[in-house]
Design a binder for this molecule. Sequence first.
Ligand code: C5P
Length: 405
Amino acid sequence: MFQSLSTLANKRIILGLTGGIAAYKSAELTRLFKKAGAEVRVVLTPAAAEFITPLTLQALSGNPVHQHILDPAAEAGMGHIELAKWADLILIAPASADFIARMAAGMGNDLLTTLCLASEAPIAIAPAMNQAMWHDTRTQSNVKQLESLGMQLWGPGAGDQACGDSGLGRMLEPEQLAELSGAMFSSGALSGLRVCITAGPTREAIDPVRYISNHSSGKMGYALAEAAIEAGARVTLISGPVNLNSPERVCRITVTNAQQMLDAALAQMGRCDVFIAAAAVADYRPASVAEQKIKKSDDTMTLTLVKNPDIVATVASHPQRPFTVGFAAETERMLEHARAKLERKTLDMIIANDVAQQGIGFNSDDNAVTVVTRNSEQSLPLASKSQLARTLVTLIAQHLAIPRH
Ligand code: C5P
């Protein structure tokens, strides 16, 4: 746990606080940064100072707190441009709707916005606000604007809110923000890249209590998510129902059926560099879902099934297509079938495994695969799924370095 915090040693972090009840959590975040060996300078907007005292943050950061742009005493110490140049990372936590709007408009009407305008350091934003404010179309378009400017959006999380509402808008926890900050400085094979992984089975409802599914455990996809995190990527894991804990620092989106998995995958297009389809998507779903529990009256029953969308093929044909990796579980003529699948789905890479062999693949802890691309083939011997995931991540990183088409 918290292994990436070691990368924070000696890093210079500006922690900006804007007005919000989540400001109290930033005291803990300051402490975590300091503990990891980072240098921290805290900047408070006037609204933030209503929620937390500068003295608390001064004591925790070991540095004077910066509040005013036109403060002669502060400018005599470290002026605002100097401060902007000093930072290796600027993290705004909590970031209020007002602050996000001002940043999106390019305003520099307080110390924090001015610093962000003047700094070349990466900027990350951890929003915290009421769920309705978060969903407001103006906030959403402001957030998109900030993302399009290259700023990182960390959160918000979902859950109970101080105002009594529940939903998206909670600031991420200090530990998560510290981890994400640490990951910014990691220099792994996928450093700075965004990876999206599908994992686990899908469940296709027959009626309110029954469904069609398969025995996929999700282990391979989760192992890949962990390996990609280790390699410095930012990972979104779109997971069907599984019995696994979410790996640290992974953003997990939980889905039930294939259509939801497809929707979640398509929402990642444009902000995903690598897509890995490790899910065992149900090929078919019932043509209609019965509204009430189906009664057992006849001795036999017939279900009409319709084909599910092919998620990985849809991603691979998207105009903003990432480097796309699929899996092929085969029981015979493995390489031939895998290669045909690579072509048919227009994938960049396919990971083939022979599921006829005992003790590997589906629902097992180990796997042995052959990695196939248009012009290469590489067999990886039997290994634990986590070991294999690390090798696969390294191979993906190597192939990413080769120009495509
Ligand atoms: O066609 P087949 O199911 O054998 O292909 C397996 C690969 O395609 C896996 O990577 C799986 O995640 C992906 N797939 C998908 N959507 C489907 C079926 C398979 O993304 N509906």
